[in-house]
Design a protein around this ligand. Structure first.
Ligand SMILES: [Zn+2]
Length: 335
């Protein structure tokens, strides 16, 4: 067995948690952080199966003493990694009127050079001050990432980004009313890669590793870059496309949605194996773990359902020999 083979033999799992205020989807007027108090159950479950979450913190969480206390305890015991998550609309300094920013939710890649630099610097320094470590991992709010954001991350000593959602286009999602919408990641690779600072869809020699969100075709054509994938990815959204996808393609995110089933995780694992992916990347918002904290879990029963799926997923991956890692641990492994 050569080195590459040995590497792929042991698939890794990265659990990312976008750690942010309650009910971000409702565009709340106030910054309530009740959901952070609900994280213990999640942390305990990950530890039970030997997995180690990466909490990606927005400014409001990184600057809140009570939230810091909770998360710092995990980080100090080396049971979690702390990274950064930029929501420009809650992250100072505010060049535009703060209430305007909170209303429109600009993507990070829509900020001016100065806004991007300053917001990233304040977020990073807040984490350094309150956690005593420099964050190394990053995810852009609303997946709003491009080459300019990548260059700024490199400048501010980040080593790993996880903002790419392969096969998904956010172009119809508006940020700045004057802007072009979100990024189009439809033809991005599912494998981790060092990004080119000129074009984030190109492999390059920068210091920044991209570990994309795990989104795979789990149906009949599991192998990446099948010519039929190109056709369905270019096909405009419609009812017929939905039916064709459900029957043949089965595009799945490594997420838990209200209609997720334990068998979805098996399908994703099989598709990842077929493509020799060295890593799976799961994501959840911290607020999804609190009853009423997100549209995904309105009450306790729905939170319990999330935990039911989560436990089924972790138990299954563990049984397959998948090993837990964090974003920056994976970087050092991959390098
Ligand atoms: Zn977010």
């Amino acid at each position: 067995m050569d080195e590459a083979e040995r590497f792929y033999k042991r698939m890794k799992l990265i659990i990312t948690v976008d750690t942010e205020r309650d009910n971000e989807w409702k565009r709340p007027d106030s910054t309530s952080l009740e959901n952070i108090k609900f994280l213990q159950r999640f942390q305990d479950l990950c530890q039970k199966y030997g997995f180690k979450p990466t909490y990606l913190l927005t400014y409001e969480v990184a600057s809140d003493p009570q939230s810091v206390k909770i998360l710092k305890a995990y980080q100090e015991k080396l049971q979690a990694e702390i990274g950064a998550h930029l929501h420009p609309w809650t992250s100072p300094p505010f060049e535009q009127e703060r209430s305007w920013e909170d209303k429109v939710h600009r993507f990070p890649h829509e900020l001016s050079d100065k806004e991007l630099r300053d917001k990233m610097a304040v977020l990073t320094q807040t984490i350094i001050d309150n956690f005593g470590i420099r964050p190394k991992s990053f995810r852009a709010g609303r997946w709003g990432f491009d080459a300019r954001v990548a260059r700024e991350l490199i400048r501010q000593n980040y080593i790993v980004d996880c903002s790419v959602t392969p096969k998904i286009s956010w172009q119809k999602t508006k940020g700045d009313p004057q802007g072009q919408g979100g990024p189009d990641y439809r033809f991005f690779r599912a494998q981790p890669y060092f990004v080119s600072p000129q074009d984030i869809n190109e492999v390059g020699h920068s210091a920044l590793l991209e570990v994309p969100m795990t989104i795979l075709f789990t149906g009949l054509f599991k192998k990446e870059n099948n010519f039929l994938h190109n056709i369905i990815l270019r096909w405009p959204e419609s009812f017929v496309k939905k039916v064709v996808n459900r029957l043949f393609f089965r595009l799945k995110w490594l997420r838990i949605f209200p209609n997720s089933k334990p068998s979805d995780f098996k399908r994703i694992y099989k598709a990842a194996k077929k493509n020799s992916l060295p890593v799976l990347e799961f994501m959840i918002h911290s607020s999804e773990l609190m009853p009423g904290g997100s549209p995904y879990a309105k009450d306790e029963e729905q939170v319990d359902k999330i935990y039911h799926n989560l436990e089924a997923m972790l138990a299954y991956f563990k049984k397959q020999g998948v090993k837990g890692t964090t974003l920056s641990e994976f970087y050092y492994d991959f390098k």
